[in-house]
Design a protein around this ligand. Sequence first.
Ligand code: ZN
Length: 134
Amino acid sequence: MSDMYRDLILEHHRYPHNFGTLDPHDVSQEEHNPLCGDRIRLDLRIVDGKITEVAFSGKGCAVSQASASMLTDELIGMDIERARQYGKDDLLDLIGLPLDKNPVRLKCALLSLKALKVGVYRYLGQQLDADDLD
Ligand code: ZN
């Protein structure tokens, strides 16, 4: 892991963006990663098909929490349809980590994405293809 990416992860872990919960919310989804003990709850407020507010809470390793923090910044103002299509590669690009060779870390990094996808699909009343996430 390069120093730049490691520093970014540590910075987001120490000072997470959009940390907290939303009440009321349109989506609230909690997921957990038993491999590492990470938990992420993601709350969204959706107006006219756009994500207008985002908050996350949780605990766990630096990668899981920093990934959630970076994802929340990305989600504000995003169309719900774009969020539905947001994928693994998008998230890995966003956090800038080459995690494809480390499956345990990958689960940590993708936990926030799982909360997003499960929550958004549920909001839209659609069935999520679990292959999307593994
Ligand atoms: Zn973890």
